[in-house]
Design a protein around this ligand. Structure first.
Ligand SMILES: Nc1ncnc2c1ncn2[C@@H]1O[C@H](COP(=O)(O)OP(=O)(O)OP(=O)(O)O)[C@@H](O)[C@H]1O
Length: 638
């Protein structure tokens, strides 16, 4: 039997037997009930109360039917027998009318309950997904759990409640029918139970088969989901066509769909066999019950009037019992999916950042890292391996190094997005682990390498909130060049930067990067971390942004990550990273004189410029880039 490594709920539910189901389910129903109560106490109470009351009236009706049948089956003239049955008949009519009204009320309360519970579970889910530590998103198992919770689990709390209520309602009428049967003949009761247990067992087993298969298929379904996104998303539409990816993606999608289809068809076959077996066994038991009833009639152990009532009570109890078993298996199935939601909630709760124990950070005077080691979840090689850097207020500090050397990772650690496995990052001497992360982030502006293109207005894409400080917005736009972008938009700052929405606008890569830079600058933070802020900018915009960053550093602090080495010459200090370690540091002159990795990278870039430039004597004194770089790199001129 496959059991979950992570979910205690699933382990509890993973036994098929009715016994296990009936012992484990109450806890789950209790949990669903607490969710429903939190979402809508009145509707929850009405759903349960009115349904139970309706069940009571079903029982009253049943007893009243017994009162109708008994006089009808006893001897005497027909008009008298009908007259004798009339009061009970009136009671039957009244009981069923009352039940209909109560059921209508219960249906209304149940219908109101569902959207309210769903709203609560949805909000709970997104509250957690937006708060959990960033490294959670690098964990494949957790992503599977999150997918299952989002895909179905979050919608099942209301279903658990309504199936559980159906269960309780049918329980009431079964108790009534069983009471009638027990009075009529004690043998009828166990026979009745025999007729429905096989069906119930089959229904529960079939539900679990489907759930287990879907659970096994989760990683494939997630991949199919991602492929579906690529096949139907605007972001990938152009490359999909340009690289003629259609047949490749569709083939992959079809391959996963085929696996899923084969698995689900196999489940459908096994479910049919199981149900057939259950119904067959139930049919045999029903035949045995009626044979027993006939036997009791033949031997004279039961009069005809009583046998007629017994048949009616058996039919009623059977239909209530199958409702009950159906409700039990539906509760069980919803319970399994709901347990995904609970599993996610528990897992996510363990991934929340620890509650801040310390003060808010003071205005920055220095940030330091000491012997910082960090490996991404599931990775053996650390992305940072004993990193020491110092950043002092008012400085422009640059991080350079080849692809994958760990620059962005270090930036994310400094921004408090990841936590090092060992070593320390201090803010004015206090370990940032002891600082309230949100208060820390409020003091840091981040121009991210992989910035998000939010489907919001241009203004909100910069301010990242509903409020805006006009003067700061204008300043950030001026410094980043976003002002020119906004000037070209039909609705200015109010333009939605997403073409999928009415009147939405599309920006070029460089225009988006200016908006992303404005986002970092608008924060007016103590420390601005700019990770590759100019990769998509044209030469003029790049020059303007670097000048802005240097000006911005006055009174504040800038950590700049870039491959454009000509732009870091002015930095107060440059750290060169290689395979997660700081291999050199110092200012430009110091590093060039050292002749290490920095000097090598700088010369390579300079050489690339030189080769594409006219020779110095051809172009005359105006060849600024060439002459500038040649002066900077002794030995480059020839
Ligand atoms: N989310 C992640 N999960 C696992 N490994 C990662 C993740 N992000 C980065 N890495 C790995 O960590 C190492 C450092 O990556 P990082 O992005 O910090 O490099 P970088 O110096 O910023 O590179 P680039 O110049 O290409 O931006 C690389 O080996 C990279 O593959």
């Amino acid at each position: 039997m496959a059991t979950s490594k992570v979910s205690p709920y699933l382990d509890e539910l993973s036994a098929t037997s009715l016994w296990h189901m009936s012992t484990r389910l109450p806890r789950l129903i209790g949990l669903a009930w607490t969710w429903a109560w939190r979402a809508a106490p009145w509707d929850t109470a009405a759903t349960i109360g009115l349904n139970l009351a309706a069940g009571v009236f079903t029982a009253v009706g049943l007893f009243a039917v017994t009162g109708v049948l008994e006089p009808l089956f006893t001897g005497g003239p027909t008009p008298e027998r009908v007259l004798a049955a009339l009061p009970s008949l009136a009671l039957v009519a009244a009981a069923y009318a009352a039940r209909a009204l109560l059921q209508a009320g219960a249906g209304w309360a149940q219908a109101r309950l569902r959207p309210q519970v769903e709203r609560l579970t949805e909000l709970h889910l997104f509250d957690l997904t937006s708060r959990i530590r960033l490294d959670s998103f690098d964990d494949a198992d957790f992503n599977d759990t999150m997918y299952r919770a989002r895909d179905r689990g979050q919608y099942e709390a209301a279903q658990v409640i309504s199936s559980a209520v159906d269960f309780l309602t049918s329980m009431v009428s079964i108790v009534a029918a069983a009471g009638v049967l027990a009075v009529l003949h004690p043998l009828l009761l166990p026979l009745l139970a025999l007729t429905v247990i096989p069906d119930g067992w089959a229904a529960a087993r079939a539900a679990r088969m489907r759930y287990e298969r879907l659970r096994d298929l989760t990683p494939g379904r997630r991949r199919k989901w991602a492929l579906g996104d690529m096949l139907a998303s605007r972001d990938s539409a152009a490359e999909l066509r340009a690289f003629t990816m259609r047949s490749f993606l569709l083939a992959e999608y079809t391959r996963i769909s085929d696996i899923e289809r084969a698995a689900m068809l196999a489940v459908a076959r096994r479910q049919t066999v199981t149900r057939l077996f259950g119904e067959g066994a139930g049919g045999v038991a029903t035949a045995v019950t009626y044979a027993a009833l006939g036997g009791l009639l033949i031997v004279g152990a039961m009069p005809l009037a009583v046998a007629g009532t017994a048949v009616f009570a058996i039919r009623t109890a059977q239909s209530s019992l199958s409702t009950l078993l159906f409700a039990l298996s539906a509760t069980y199935e919803s319970g399994l999916y709901f347990s995904d939601f609970l599993e996610f909630s528990r897992g996510a709760a363990r991934r929340l950042p620890e509650a801040p124990t310390a003060q808010d950070p003071a205005r920055l005077s220095e940030v330091r890292t000491r012997a910082v080691v960090f490996a991404y979840p599931g990775e053996e090689e650390p992305a940072l391996d004993g990193v020491d850097i110092d950043i002092t207020r008012g400085e422009v500090v640059a991080l350079v190094g080849e692809n994958g050397s760990g620059k962005s990772t270090l930036a994310r650690l400094l921004a408090g997005l990841y936590t090092p496995q060992s070593g320390a990052i201090t803010w004015n001497g206090t370990d940032i682990a002891e600082i309230d992360p949100d208060a820390l982030r409020a003091r840091i502006g981040l121009v991210n390498q992989e910035y998000t293109q939010w489907p919001l207005s241009a203004q909100r894409n910069v301010t990242m909130s509903a409020e805006a400080d006009g003067a700061r917005l204008a300043e950030a736009a001026r410094l980043s060049g976003a002002d020119e972008v906004v000037a070209g938009l039909a609705r200015g700052w109010d333009t939605i930067l997403d073409k999928r929405f009415a009147d939405g606008a599309d920006l070029s890569g460089g225009q988006w990067q200016r908006v992303a830079s404005a986002r970092g600058l608008y924060r007016d933070a103590d420390l601005l971390i700019a990770d590759e802020p100019t990769a998509a900018l044209d030469a003029r915009a790049e020059k303007r942004l670097f000048e802005s960053l240097h000006a911005h550093a006055k009174g504040r602090t800038v950590l700049l990550i870039t491959h454009r080495l000509a732009s870091v010459r002015m930095a107060d200090r440059i750290y060169v990273l290689d395979k997660g370690r700081v291999v050199e540091h110092g200012d430009h002159e110091h590093l060039m004189a050292g002749g290490g990795l920095y000097a090598e990278l700088f010369r390579m870039q300079a050489q690339a410029y030189e080769e594409s430039m006219p020779r110095k004597h051809d172009a005359g004194p105006g060849t600024s880039v060439h002459s500038l770089l040649a002066e900077e790199t002794p030995g480059l001129t020839h």
